[in-house]
Design a protein. Structure first.
Length: 413
């Protein structure tokens, strides 16, 4: 599978490379790893000073999943302009990869792996290119090997509480489906810190349905139906020896799920396993105590398709996304440290869609059964900022595959 990075050919056969420490400067040159497995080509004019540089094979950094890492040293290579770097590497000692690998570029910060870019690379090809201002460490990471920390979503526990669901009549961009009413949630619940990523989805279900695979393993999984999202929640429950909340038949894109018999209808919130959030839980989590249009307390400026510049710091939308998904956790989280609640991908909720939520107070509401469509929340990379508001809601057929549909799981406490 080919990602968005440019895939080229190897210009330096490993048997013909040497491991001498080169001096890199205005003339450019090649840096060869101490184990002879990787080559970094630096173009002429990239570095203003003549600098001795080494490239040493090191253990994969904390937080990286893989078998190879290389440290450019001793303190990293700093460029005087943005340049394209050609990185060649050998796949001979990668373990557990059958189809593809991930190449991540980044730096080590306090012992943690901080990726600055990533792409899918074919193992039949050995060279990729990326634009960077500073380069210090890179690793080839097998996508079929996944440690627990990288494969299981991180959850944030939210206390039970009450809030005003929907929007007041004077809110900019308000739609008629956002009738404001008091909602009380009597159960605490935990919710995914981010949208489920491609890596997390593939680790549990064995495939990656995403259309933006080149975005990388830490980008939200998309092109998933409501049923596939429910099946993932079930798999997460099974991994942790919890009761499953859905009854599913079939597999992968053909899976079909319904509420498990013991947790049908309003009883879904009594399920001890993982599931999709109810609409009320989702909006409660998004708002994090805010009653404004956006969780940071701001309001939309004008109707669609107007952009609200301040929202660019909250989520990926039509005004800043370049028509694609992006790595999770790049935007400002809400007050409860939840990321990407606004934008990146629409998020499936458990509830079937009802156009009028009513004005009466509700306790632990769950969408009525029998409705043909499910509710999606949060907006996506191609929406105007109005649809990234807390109260914005749309309906979607549960069988649709869209490169703008993703999800996160919750679990009642």
């Amino acid at each position: 599978m080919r990602g968005t990075c440019i895939v080229l050919w190897v210009t330096c056969m490993m048997s013909g490379c040497n491991s001498e420490t080169p001096t890199i400067g205005t003339a450019g040159g090649k840096i060869i790893s101490s184990d002879g497995q990787a080559v970094l080509e630096v173009p002429a004019g990239a570095v203003s000073a003549e600098t001795p540089i080494t490239i040493a094979a090191v253990p994969a950094p904390s937080g990286a999943v893989g078998t190879i890492a290389y440290d450019i040293g001793p303190t990293g290579l700093v460029f005087n302009k943005q340049v394209s770097l050609s990185i060649s590497y050998s796949t001979s000692n990668l373990v557990g990869i059958e189809e593809e690998g991930w190449l991540r570029l980044g730096v080590l910060t306090n012992g943690a792996w901080q990726a600055v870019s990533g792409c899918t690379v074919e193992l039949q090809q050995h060279k990729v290119m990326g634009n960077l201002d500073h380069f210090s460490t890179y690793a080839v990471i097998p996508s079929k090997t996944c440690v627990a920390a990288g494969c299981t979503p991180t959850f944030v526990t939210l206390a039970a509480g009450s809030f005003q669901m929907g929007s007041p009549t004077g809110e900019p961009c308000r739609e008629a489906t956002e009738t404001q009413h008091q909602v009380t949630l009597t159960r605490a619940f935990e919710i995914g810190e981010t949208e489920v990523t491609q890596e997390q989805f593939k680790a549990l279900l064995g495939y990656n349905p995403s259309s933006f695979r080149g975005c990388g393993p830490d980008c939200p999984v998309e092109y998933v139906t409501w049923h596939e999202a429910a099946a993932y929640c079930n798999a997460l429950s099974t991994r942790q020896s919890l009761a499953t909340c859905y009854s599913c038949t079939g597999s992968q894109a053909s899976v079909t799920c319904t509420d498990a018999t013991a947790y049908e209808g309003v009883r879904i919130t009594t399920c001890p396993g993982f599931r999709l959030p109810t609409e009320a839980e989702w909006e409660y989590a998004y708002r994090a105590g805010s009653q404004a249009g956006f969780y940071d307390g701001s309001e939309a400026s004008g109707q669609c398709p107007a952009c609200t510049p301040k929202v660019d710091s909250l989520g990926w939308n039509a005004c800043n996304s370049e028509n694609r998904t992006h790595t999770v956790k790049q935007k400002t989280p809400n007050a409860w440290k939840l990321y990407d609640m606004a934008g990146n991908v629409w998020e499936w909720t458990h509830d079937t869609f009802v156009a009028d939520l009513g004005s009466s107070p509700a306790t632990d509401p769950v969408g009525p059964g029998g409705a043909p469509e499910r509710t999606i929340r949060g907006g996506f990379w191609g929406n105007c900022t109005c649809l990234l508001r807390a109260a914005a809601r749309l309906s979607s057929p549960p069988t649709i595959h869209g490169n703008d549909h993703g999800f996160r799981c919750v679990r009642s406490k």
